[in-house]
Design a protein around this ligand. Structure first.
Ligand code: FAD
Length: 323
């Protein structure tokens, strides 16, 4: 009988764990390298688009995720000052904290027989590269992400508040917690001494929305953020943010990480060529990645407020999803 292929996975976030689970399913022996503890919060909006359910089912972990009691969202609201675009989501979206999601994925991978190595390592030819987004940023007004959890009345809605040079997402996750997560340029944050509570006050609608809530943890910061595709060696399988980092407001980053991770783990286990893998990922995720970069340019140009009344929320939602 043929020996199982070994698959080396560098990075044990969503893409890396999805790759490990897919490699196990394809009969390979994966090893997962990541020095980071998983029992920590990550800066993330924790909004999972509806297709994530299918992804998690395919990886065999949906039932465990469902047992965590994720929040379900049926509506979306986009606030540009006093202008609000509201719509029903085509299917319910899911709110689940990264603390829970990262944990359950890594537990499932290790429980399924993946070797976990708690070390940082260098990528090599043929490995799955799932090291997340690059951290070096060009000079200029760098963008940072921030996040916290609030307790208090939760809504079954994903809300996006666009202010002058910043935006903040508000959505429920499990256990009645509300995630508040946003992005802003360094110059704006420095002017506020990185006081994110003060930033919420810059938008009257956001201040009003968060008034009945009580902050349940300290604010976390990440960045600087670099959008787009990273140049990677061609002899490996890059997945998740290491393949391409898209603007978080699309809420499709985790779906892309799970999908490309699954495809990378399967391709590496079968020893498909990395070029064939890249072509397959491009086919599946090319359109949402392109649309996300287009919407970012619209936001950067400051014309979102003018276009908002003409762009149906459902349209924006479906264009940033994989086919
Ligand atoms: C502010 C913000 C808000 C977001 N909100 C949302 C949202 O609401 N919905 C959504 O779908 N997406 C959102 N995203 C995007 C989402 O967080 C990412 O797309 C997702 O985390 C990508 O997963 P990943 O596995 O590629 O990378 P990560 O989750 O970053 O995992 C990478 C892992 O690689 C490890 N690593 C790095 N280098 C090495 C090395 N040399 N050796 C070993 N290990 C290494 C790291 O320790 C880390 O654990 C948001 C992102 C940001 C910044």
């Amino acid at each position: 009988m043929a020996e199982p292929n070994s698959v080396r996975i560098v990075g044990g976030g969503l893409a890396g764990c999805a790759a490990a689970l897919a490699a196990l399913r394809a009969g390979a022996e994966p090893s997962l390298f990541d020095p980071s503890r998983i029992s920590r919060h990550r800066v993330c909006g924790e909004f999972l688009s509806p297709e994530v359910r299918q992804s998690l089912e395919g990886l065999g972990v949906w039932e465990v995720a469902a047992a965590c009691g994720p929040a379900l969202m049926h509506r979306m609201e986009v606030h540009f000052g006093k202008r609000i675009c509201a719509d029903r989501l085509p299917e319910p979206a899911i709110g689940l904290s990264r603390l829970r999601l990262d944990h359950l994925l890594r537990d499932a991978a290790v429980g399924g027989g993946c070797l976990y190595v708690p070390e940082r390592t260098e990528p090599s030819a043929g490995c799955v590269l799932a090291t997340g987004r690059q951290s070096a940023a060009p000079s200029g007004d760098r963008i940072f992400g921030f996040k916290t959890h609030f307790s208090g009345p939760a809504r079954d809605t994903v809300e996006l508040y666009f202010g002058d040079r910043f935006y903040v997402g508000v959505n429920p996750v499990e256990a009645g917690i509300t995630n508040v997560c946003g992005l802003a340029p360094e110059s704006l944050l420095r002017g506020l001494n990185f006081d994110y509570d003060a930033l919420l006050g810059l938008s009257p609608a956001l201040a009003e929305r968060t008034r009945p809530l009580t902050r349940a943890m300290a604010w976390l910061t990440t960045g600087p953020l670099v959008y787009g595709r990273t140049e990677q060696p061609l002899d490996l399988y890059a997945a998740g943010d290491a393949f391409s980092f898209i603007d978080p407001f699309t809420g499709a980053g985790m779906l892309n990480a799970l999908e490309s991770g699954r495809m990378a783990g399967t391709a590496a286990a079968r020893q498909d060529s990395p070029a064939a893998y890249r072509a397959a990922v491009g086919k599946r995720l090319g359109r949402p990645l392109f649309m996300a970069s287009l919407f970012r340019k619209v936001l950067e140009a400051g014309v979102g407020k003018l276009l908002a009344p003409w762009i149906p929320g459902r349209w924006l939602f479906s264009l940033t999803r994989p086919r």
